[in-house]
Design a protein around this ligand. Structure first.
Ligand SMILES: Cc1cc2nc3c(=O)[nH]c(=O)nc-3n(C[C@H](O)[C@H](O)[C@H](O)COP(=O)(O)OP(=O)(O)OC[C@H]3O[C@@H](n4cnc5c(N)ncnc54)[C@H](O)[C@@H]3O)c2cc1C
Ligand code: FES
Ligand code: FES
Length: 1335
């Protein structure tokens, strides 16, 4: 009997259409089903683990008892289709499309410039849409909560938030700082028309109103189904797994008896991850979602609240909110503590899916709720065939002790959470790498019960998450403190006892051992203060806490960001139709928002196509002894396994192999690939390939190892000016030190993707790839297959973000796939899983710098001797260029008369690092700003004074002897100073710092001189092909790639301007290697510059040809002229070719006009730091950028904001972690944190310098793709400023150096105090650490 014969039919609705699935497979998730089965590809795959929100859809269910429809957002990647019985699913395609009607949410996010690459956009749209289905006019707080589970790597979130805010009734005022006015004020708008500064990037008046009557109705059939629910147990039988959904509790208990090992799947956010990422296999899954008893909510006004185990965490949050409103504050202590955790636990989608029961039973070590439930004396109500039982939710239960646990037949029905008593206080704490949507590093629940009317402890409970393999309670310590008064002595003793009782070994998984221990007692200190404060409120006999301490009890709020964007208005006389200089929406904006924009993996299935999965090395350096593929080959659906032996021609080169050959040189290197009929089959088989290795010495992982072994890539690079030897002899002071800076993962939302289609004739191959350099893909494929390039056609329509990560790697991956296509003779779809992508493809180079600086007591720097080392990983890739750029750009805005810089790229056994936005600049100049800050500290001067003192002031030459004029650098600096009201805020910050002990504010202003482009002329060449058709429509192609940066939009603007036709007449479909050959990668911030010139030249050629026709018939139409040209046999097709800017670098002489021009800027940031936890809040950033004449201010400001946010991630949050064996741990959004919506500055103001020109570039514009990244360091230095204030107050006056990123761990551990002093330091050589620093 086939599995379908035993199966029930699954019925649900998608976008108003009924889906009847007779073969529902429990292993298939909704994301896969939508994309592959229903061909609804608007919903995207970004991580597959619920962590990015790219796959957000709305689920609606009818509740027959309340007669209400519940709409909630979910991540489709974690929803098994079998759980959808009776549900209505709405995807981005269901709410609007260009073919029907665009939904206001889609329209506003597109027109508000909330899309760049557009890969996150459908998820963002669906999150906002779901919010609006529940709240027509949501509050800004609701909006922030809603978007917390959606990541965007491009925009910096500001425009997305603004689009959402436009639906809110609350003011969307920009709060133009200082002026006390609002950009929405009539007066302000009027003045804008007259001045040459514009503040609007889109017209809100154009937005469609939200009309709820236009929404899809809930399917009446589903209402009927809910009113008359199926009473039988539903069974869905898949290929390997059976899903059983009982209708009653009795049936459920019976099933539990029958299948004691089967998990009960509610939200699937725990079980689903185990199955997907840990390969856990459950032959039977029981779904209790239809059991009404699991949904109960009962309130006993005297005792407390009973919540059904099946209630989602979002529902729990709602219930608790109501309880808090209804009951007096003293009774709801536990509820308030739980609510506090629920506000930041995961993202909205996960809170909507995850159940209370699932959360408790999964007993995660970092569960946010269990520590609070544990101290809150909660009771678990269990049921089994044997009857009902109650067990306490205590530390024994959480530790999984057999005598305090559920038996395999028991089910958790509900949880009783008692009301608190009058002299009882409960608090919760958590600290994570990121404020929202990030598992806690450490969390805690704490409760104290005093003898009535006293401060004498009757009962005390402290429970921690994140400090062991389960939630851990400090019971012994608490017992010993009973009977004590709540005072400072108790505090000291409690800290010591807790540290004694709850230990974390040095080698503990997760690392951060000292930090975690510090957090344990820092939280207790917060609890101590909170309770003191509450005791004082209850009874004034008890002293209040010192005023200076009060602010630390307030967590940083989840605030809604706001800000202004200003740019130079275009000339009043410019024709309306001419789009150059206007903030035009991204060409694909609307399609991004409707999900119609096609990315590589959105392409329909191709006949006979196979899926490729990788088998990667598990050793950092080893010989391959054997590869046994027999077990894998025998699995269902497996077609072939491809190794280096199958490469017909070049298997890459000596330095970088496509498939590992004889040896592996890093963990994550591709050894072989499996081609199978489905993605799942390919992945399952990949796990069964058995490789035997023999380890080879040495294994080099860190920069220090590489220096020791003299393991380098390329030669040493050196630049020198002045006479440093002599200069060091004349200076007042000399400092020496090291700066360490970690790497960065690109985290483009669309993982590396390629589709290779072998053609039947002449070995042709068609390749669709997400790449910045299609020609390089073509080249690598041709060389691997041993065929000429003219048979390989590469297409690149758009990439879902790239940031340098899709410059070289797609060529390698494309060739790997092409070899598979060649061997099997079938199309190959090769889409990297997020984990594989992060493991294999490398990222930004970690850097170690050693410096020696000589300076005068007035802050003037006379001499600097600097060495740079970057961790290049195992192959050369772009490492040599990155170190060159770091050296060439290192001086940033400063004139250092005697300067020597040396740099080397280290070869290690880590995955090869590669290009990343800024290309060495964000690392190189960071080091410079570090030692400038130290010089300032040594001279007792403020850093901005030392910056100003050493800045270039007049026309001068860089270290590589290129002449430049720093006028605009100074302008940016001065304007930034002024716009940010730097000095008055600095004073206010000083006052704040005097008044607050545990919270400190800091401010920093950073200048920037960034050089665009390359030191080689031919890297700047570009070509375009422009056709005019006889109907007047124009088709353009060029050699650049659209990565989200709006390149195609700008190119259409250029063509429209040159041909003097509306943008709507110009079309740009894709770039491909057949229309524009021999292209260079789109990078270095010059994509629009050079391709724009090429398009311009092609258009000008065409206009020249049309000129006689136009002058003969000046009143004719464009179409008539085109037609006439055709009749006169005038070619309507032209190529445009730009040879490139003249640049060069002579490393022997150490000089060259390396870059075509410089972009200047300055950023001022202010932060607030919580010295007890290491958390920080970005309060405000002001950026002034020298964009000259912006071709498209919306796009350029978008690039600045997006890059800045990525920079904030680089310098303050994103941390790659490697094991001592070279394994990358951080392989998904769960462990690697990029900024989310709550991490951007509460106020972000961007202004483009006015009245400046850059005659060398098209329309006098400047390329702005990368530079904003470095300005993110202003947040780092503001943190350093706040930390300095904290240290000073604690008597630590010595200069200190923070490495990057300034994570909560780093901040906390550098704000030394009596708590950090209490932490015992283990001798580092006594244990093997969990992770090692590689910089
Ligand atoms: C992206 C992401 C982010 C997250 N962030 C956080 C965070 O910040 N903080 C945090 O604390 N947690 C976080 N989590 C974890 C999340 O809270 C848990 O995964 C979730 O609460 C589990 O609930 P579930 O309903 O999905 O469980 P399921 O996966 O459905 O089940 C989990 C387990 O519970 C058992 N079970 C379920 N219901 C019952 C029952 N009624 N009786 C007996 N056994 C039962 C199942 O057998 C299974 O073993 C995150 C998870 C994800 C995916
Ligand atoms: S793909 Fe589903 S959350 Fe990332
Ligand atoms: S636009 Fe958000 S990820 Fe690219």
């Amino acid at each position: 009997m086939s599995h379908s014969e035993k199966s029930d039919t699954l019925v649900f609705f998608v976008n108003g259409r009924k889906v009847i699935e007779k073969n529902a497979d429990p292993e298939v998730n909704l994301l896969f089903y939508l994309r592959k089965k229903l061909r609804l590809t608007g919903t995207k795959y970004g991580c597959g683990g619920g962590g990015c929100g790219a796959c957000t859809v709305m689920i609606s269910r009818y509740d027959s008892s309340s007669k209400k429809i519940r709409h909630y957002s979910v991540t489709a990647c974690l929803i098994p289709i079998c759980s959808l019985f009776g549900a209505a699913v709405t995807t981005v395609e269901g709410i609007g499309s260009t073919k029907t009607r665009i939904h206001p949410v889609q329209e506003r996010i597109a027109k508000g410039h909330g899309t760049q690459c557009g890969f996150c956009t459908p998820g963002m749209v669906m999150s906002i849409y779901t919010l609006l289905r529940n709240h027509l006019q949501p509050s800004t707080e609701q909006l922030i909560e809603t978007l917390g589970g959606n990541l965007c790597r491009c925009t910096g979130y500001r425009p997305i938030i603004e689009s959402g805010k436009s639906f809110s009734t609350e003011s969307s005022c920009c709060q133009m700082k200082g002026s006390g006015k609002c950009c929405l004020d009539q007066e302000e708008n009027e003045s804008e028309d007259e001045s040459d500064v514009c503040t609007k990037l889109y017209k809100e008046e154009e937005f469609l109103p939200l009309d709820p009557t236009q929404e899809l109705i809930f399917p009446p059939e589903l209402m009927r189904m809910a009113e008359e629910p199926v009473q039988k147990t539903l069974v869905f039988q898949g290929e390997r797994v059976t899903w059983i959904s009982p209708a009653t509790l009795t049936d459920l208990l019976e099933l539990k008896l029958q299948y004691p090992k089967a998990p009960l799947v509610m939200g699937n956010t725990f079980v689903g991850l185990d199955m997907k990422f840990k390969g856990v296999y459950h032959p039977v899954i029981i779904s209790p979602s239809r059991i009404l008893e699991l949904q109960v909510v009962m309130i006993d006004a005297n005792k407390g609240l009973t919540i059904g185990a099946g209630c989602s965490l979002a529902q729990v949050k709602e219930i608790l909110t109501e309880m808090i409103l209804e009951f007096p504050v003293e009774k709801t202590q536990t509820y308030q503590a739980l609510l506090k955790q629920l506000r930041t636990l995961a993202g909205q989608q996960i809170r909507n899916m995850a159940s209370l029961g699932g959360h408790i039973i999964s007993r995660m070590a970092r569960s946010d709720l269990n520590p609070v439930l544990c101290v809150g004396n909660c009771i678990l109500n269990l049921a089994s065939k044997e009857g009902i039982q109650q067990i306490p939710l205590n530390d024994h239960f959480l530790a999984g002790s057999p005598d305090a646990n559920l038996t395999s037949e028991q089910v958790l029905v509900s949880v009783f959470i008692p009301l608190s008593r009058k002299w009882e206080f409960v608090s919760a704490f958590r600290q994570a790498q990121r404020q929202q949507n990030s598992l806690a590093i450490v969390n805690s629940g704490m409760r104290v019960h005093f003898k009535d009317g006293t401060n004498i402890i009757m009962d005390l409970n402290i429970s921690y998450g994140g400090v062991g393999s389960a939630t851990v309670s400090a019971n012994k310590s608490c017992q010993q403190l009973i009977g004590r008064a709540w005072n400072e002595e108790l505090l000291d003793e409690a800290c010591r006892q807790v540290l004694d009782e709850v230990t974390i070994p040095g080698s503990a998984s997760g690392g951060m051992v000292e930090y975690r221990r510090t957090l344990m007692i820092s939280f207790f200190f917060k609890f101590y203060l909170e309770v003191l404060q509450k005791l004082n409120i209850r009874d004034h006999r008890y002293p209040d806490i010192p005023k200076k301490f009060q602010s630390v009890l307030e967590d940083f709020p989840l605030t809604i960001p706001h800000g202004t964007q200003t740019y130079e208005c275009i000339d009043f006389h410019q024709p309306l139709q001419d789009p150059v200089g206007r903030p035009i929406m991204h060409q694909s904006g609307i399609k991004h928002a409707t999900g119609e924009a096609m990315f590589c993996d959105d392409m329909p299935a191709i006949d006979e196509e196979l899926f490729l999965a990788v088998v990667t090395s598990t050793r950092p350096h080893a010989k391959i002894i054997s590869i046994d593929v027999s077990e894998a080959l025998a699995l269902p659906g497996v077609i072939d396994i491809i190794t280096s032996q199958d490469v017909p021609a070049e298997n890459g080169d000596e330095e970088e192999r496509l498939y590992a050959q004889d040896e592996v040189i890093c963990v994550g290197q591709i050894v072989c690939t499996v081609a199978a009929d489905t993605c799942l089959h390919a992945k399952q088989a990949a796990k069964k390939v058995n490789i035997v290795y023999e380890d080879v010495e040495p294994v080099i992982l860190t920069i220090k190892d590489a220096i020791k072994h003299k393991s380098f890539i390329g030669s040493e690079k050196k630049l020198e000016q002045g006479d440093i030897k002599e200069a060091f002899q004349t200076v007042d002071q000399i400092i020496e030190g090291e700066v360490h800076m970690g790497g960065q993962e690109h985290f483009y939302m669309e993982t590396q993707s390629v589709l290779v289609i072998p053609k039947a004739e002449d070995k042709e191959m068609e390749i669709y790839v997400s790449s910045q350099d299609a020609a390089l893909v073509q080249e690598k494929v041709a060389s691997a297959l041993g065929i000429s390039k003219n048979r390989i056609m590469c297409h690149m329509r758009r990439a879902g973000g790239a940031f340098g990560g899709k410059l070289t790697k797609p060529a390698l991956l494309g060739a790997v796939a092409a070899v598979a296509a060649n061997k099997t003779g079938r199309p190959i779809r090769f889409i990297l899983e997020r984990g594989d992508d992060m493991l294999i493809t490398g990222g930004r180079h970690p850097l170690l710098a050693k410096y020696r600086i000589g300076f005068m007591n007035n802050g003037k720097i006379k001499a600097a001797d600097i060495e740079y080392y970057i961790n290049g990983g195992c192959t050369p890739d772009e490492s040599e260029m990155v170190i060159e750029y770091a050296l060439l750009k290192l001086e940033n805005a400063y004139k250092i008369p005697n300067l020597r810089i040396q740099g080397r790229a280290c070869k290690t056994n880590l995955p090869s690092n590669t290009a990343f936005r800024g290309f060495g600049f964000p690392q190189g100049c960071f080091v410079t700003e570090c030692w400038i800050t130290t010089v300032a500290a040594k001279c007792n001067l403020s850093p901005e004074k030392v910056r100003e003192l050493n800045m270039y002031r007049t026309v001068d030459r860089t270290i590589h002897k290129q002449e430049f004029d720093p006028k605009n650098l100074i302008r940016c600096w001065d304007e930034c100073m002024e716009k940010s009201s730097y000095y008055s805020r600095k004073e206010a910050i000083e006052l704040f710092n005097q008044q607050n002990y545990w919270k400190k504010r800091g401010i920093a202003i950073i200048p920037m001189k960034f050089s665009v482009g390359y030191p080689k002329t031919y890297f700047h060449q570009a070509a375009a092909l422009v056709h005019i058709y006889t109907d007047g429509s124009v088709l353009i192609t060029h050699g650049g790639t659209e990565l989200g940066q709006g390149l195609n939009t700008k190119m259409i603007q250029v063509a429209s301007h040159e041909l003097k036709i509306p943008m709507s007449d110009v079309y740009l479909s894709e770039m491909n290697t057949t229309t524009v050959p021999n292209t260079v990668g789109t990078a270095g911030s010059i994509g629009a510059d050079v391709n724009g010139k090429a398009v311009q030249i092609a258009c000008q050629t065409l206009m020249k040809r049309l000129e006689p026709i136009i002058s003969k018939n000046p009143n004719g139409t464009w179409k008539e002229w085109a037609n006439e040209a055709f009749i006169q046999s005038i070619s309507l097709s032209a190529t445009g070719y730009f040879r490139g800017y003249q640049t060069s670098m002579d490393w022997v002489k150490g000089e060259g006009d390396v870059y075509p021009y410089f972009v200047y800027g300055a950023a001022c940031s202010e932060v607030e730091v919580d010295c007890l936890t290491g958390a920080h809040k970005n309060i405000r950033t002001d950026i002034v950028m020298d964009a000259c004449f912006s071709i498209n201010p919306a796009i350029d400001i978008g690039q600045i904001e997006g890059a800045f946010t990525q920079g904030v991630g680089l310098y303050t949050m994103e941390e790659l972690k490697y094991s001592p064996g070279g394994v990358l741990y951080t392989r998904g959004p769960d462990e690697y944190k990029i900024p989310s919506v709550t991490d951007i500055s509460e106020e972000l103001n961007v202004s483009l310098l006015t009245s400046t020109k850059n005659p060398i570039a098209i329309y006098s514009s400047k390329g702005l793709g990368e530079s904003g990244m470095f300005l993110g360091s202003s947040v780092f230095f503001a943190i350093a400023d706040a930390v300095t204030a904290a240290r000073k107050e604690r008597g630590l006056t010595q200069a200190f150096m923070m490495s990057s990123p300034a994570t909560p761990e780093l901040i906390r551990m550098i704000c030394l105090d009596k708590f950090t002093d209490l932490i015992p330091r283990e001798d580092p050589i006594s244990y093997k650490p969990w992770s090692i620093p590689v910089a």
